[in-house]
Ligand binder design. Sequence first.
Ligand code: AMP
Ligand code: MG
Length: 423
Amino acid sequence: MSSAQTIRDLTATSDYDPNSMPVEKAREHIRAFLSPVTTIERLNIRAALGRVLAEDVISPLNVPQHDNSAMDGFAVRFADLKADGEATLKVIGTAFAGKPYQGTLGPGQAVRIMTGAVIPSGADSVVQQERAKVSGDQVSVMPLPKKGTNTRNAGEDLRAGEPALRRGQPVRPAEIGMMASLGIGEVAVYRKLRVAFFSTGDELVAVGKPLGPGQIYDSNRYTIYGLLTRLGCEVLDMGVIRDTPEDVERAFKEAAQAADVVITSGGVSVGEADYVKQILDRLGEVLFWKIAMKPGRPLAYGKVGDAHFFGLPGNPVAVMVTFYQFVRDALLHLQGQTVATPLPTQKVICTSPIKKAPGRTEFQRGILSRDASGQWSVRTTGDQGSGILSSMSQANCFIVLPTDQGNVPAGAAVDVQLLDSLI
Ligand code: AMP
Ligand code: MG
């Protein structure tokens, strides 16, 4: 697929069927049109946590800087040891971590050494404490298998001048620790992704106001806020937008101007989609799909102005499922991340029987747990209605049932995606 291709051109490709879009195909189409942020800022390494590296981090030094001891014991010359018995050496000093022994080891000499201390000049190996016997200023040491035993070499972890971390790497606790270990206090990262979102629907009431007859509280803006915040996005909550063409158009224009990404929930299902579709046709290029999945069938994807757009279904569970399956991955990419971080997936025994018709991918809410014998298994949360948000709260994983899968008997192995690690 060439980069010059527009989103609308997609509809001309031979296998494009908006009414039965496989999950994998939808992911592929989305991925083809994403343009990651390019603005870079330099931050203190602590403030960089959760961002994405915008440059390779080159190690300014060898780690470790010097050959050093991996054990408490005695630094020796391997040539002084015996192959099959104790050798007796003269102890001439002590090397501490951070306080090296300054002299040079001559033949027949040893230096008491602590873990992490620099190997004194002249020495090449370390006999651990348990294999040495001290008497006065003499030490009897047992044989070592080879030269260099119990030592760590300079540059064994990282070499000066070589990349220690690559551009596109998410900055996690390990990365800020690594940069600190190199003496690096500041790093270039991509700016935060700005994401605007709003809900549509006249039945929706904002939290804090009383509910009228037939009205419901707008929960999607809260789950979306949570998902985006956990992903490290800068969020722009635009509230509930009334279901009128004027209000919806104004909201889309405002959101697209203010943000890199616009996310809406509701209003993309059949019947409602029509006027939204007309508005979006004017403002950008948006495709409306029926994904071959459950829940989360209606999904709109495209561009509104210069912003990337995801129109999620209205049902609260469908919002979360489509976010995890399509939006999460896209946002990570837009943030500049080049390391793939799919939701961790494992195969486990499912203890509940599941009814399923072939033809679509299902994402059932599951509870993964470990029994007394240490065996992991999963069960469903029960009722899988796409409006039952409590099922998402009980769940710690999705049970992913592939397209061709039919009914699942209790005791069968299924794939689960773990939800607790959003990044
Ligand atoms: P829609 O896609 O707009 O037809 O909405 C599908 C279902 O999701 C309807 O039952 C809506 O009431 C519900 N829904 C839509 N938006 C929200 C929201 N922001 N919070 C909670 N439920 C919603
Ligand atoms: Mg609606």
